[in-house]
Design a protein around this ligand. Sequence first.
Ligand SMILES: Cc1cc2nc3c(=O)[nH]c(=O)nc-3n(C[C@H](O)[C@H](O)[C@H](O)COP(=O)(O)OP(=O)(O)OC[C@H]3O[C@@H](n4cnc5c(N)ncnc54)[C@H](O)[C@@H]3O)c2cc1C
Length: 435
Amino acid sequence: MESHPLFQHSEVTPTLDEERHIAVKRMYTIFNEKFLPLERIAEDPRLFQAETEAMFMFDSSLAVKVSLTFRMFSNMLTGSGRSHHLPIVEAVENGEIGGCFALTEVSHGSNAKGMRTTATYVPETRQFVMHSADFEAAKCWVGSLGKCATHAIIYAMLISKGTNHGLHSFVIPIRDPKTLKPYPGVIVGDIGEKIGLNGVDNGFVMFNNYAVPKAAALDKLGGVDDNGDYCSPIRDPKKRFGASLGILSGGRVHITSISTNYLVKAIVIAIRYSAVRKQFGPENAAEEMPVLEYQQQQLKLLPHLATTYAMKLFSVWLGELHVTITINNMIGVEDPSAAARGMELHALSSGAKPLLGWAARDAIQNCREACGGHGYLKGNATLAVPQWIGPTTHHRIGNARHNCTINKIKSVQKYPLILYILLHLPSTRLKPSEQ
Ligand SMILES: Cc1cc2nc3c(=O)[nH]c(=O)nc-3n(C[C@H](O)[C@H](O)[C@H](O)COP(=O)(O)OP(=O)(O)OC[C@H]3O[C@@H](n4cnc5c(N)ncnc54)[C@H](O)[C@@H]3O)c2cc1C
């Protein structure tokens, strides 16, 4: 990377198109090196995080593109799909196609249950018909969809025989892999320039009665049979829900690591700079003092250094838990505690994603200020702050904790971490009379 012309940092801001192009070229350059095959990740899950961190330190768009196009997509297919989806995983591994993950819609982000994209099963043709009723039902914000993805994991309401069975995932071909032109019935595009992370082409997609084979359903945990009757290998809907939660937690675990990586970079820059930057000093002294010697500067930075260590230890642990669950899922390891572990991962990642995101955001602002005027120079990478992390951290656990009286238990059901703590930690477990 140090000597490769594609990986040299530019001193001028590229145009949006250039930024998108560079990110894709870098992504395939890294991908073609095949530094880390799946077998090595299975042997040591921490290698996965080490590789992501290395890419991240260089270019956050690169790390996010690699993760969305290849990793997250394959993980979803192996976690929620079945053996007939393996050729798609192989095509991703060979770089023939690229994926993305599409849950958010124009009118619904936090409220996933309100999603309005539908997948209606037609037994006569054994197809699902994907449809977006209007623009508000368009999938949006989807990373890597704007220009590149050939396939998308689409979350849609599964409708069969007139019954809505709720949100299910489907792997949907969006663009021809050779021409990158969308298929008829698919309207896809780029949502435009963001305030950061512009190497990532976030996009939108709508479907106009777009028919796909029944095999598009990622129905390992539940789906319809050929006649359209709903069935699931896990009878108990609660257990089914628990098992599916672990699969969905990947994105949140990833953002937990991303927040940590941003902060690691910023705190190192700010502390190193403070150690060499000299201002003022004892009267008549030959030299001024490094600003890091001043208590005020230490108070500004050192608590965040401690936070960085805590975040790093936690996010490495959480990442390892997630990779282990994912790999067990892939290779079909029988794990009687899978549902409980999926639930725990869901709760922890739901709480950690906003908490670590907010901690990093605030700490990075302090790091920038600690660098004085140089904190505002683009060459100082502390500027590459996660402006985008705030908008994605929407779990409102602060409000939830505030509202969390026993009487309001129903109102906190949306907040997975709070609910998990109330129900699973002995000291806070509800007495029967209070339930
Ligand atoms: C850089 C970036 C990349 C993304 N990538 C993807 C992707 O690849 N795939 C994908 O599917 N999505 C993606 N998203 C979308 C992201 O998941 C959503 O932005 C997020 O879920 C929030 O949804 P929303 O934007 O609709 O906000 P809303 O849900 O509309 O929230 C707006 C505001 O209202 C608050 N709010 C909402 N409900 C309540 C409530 N009940 N009580 C109190 N306050 C509330 C929220 O906290 C927030 O402050 C991405 C977003 C960003 C910024």
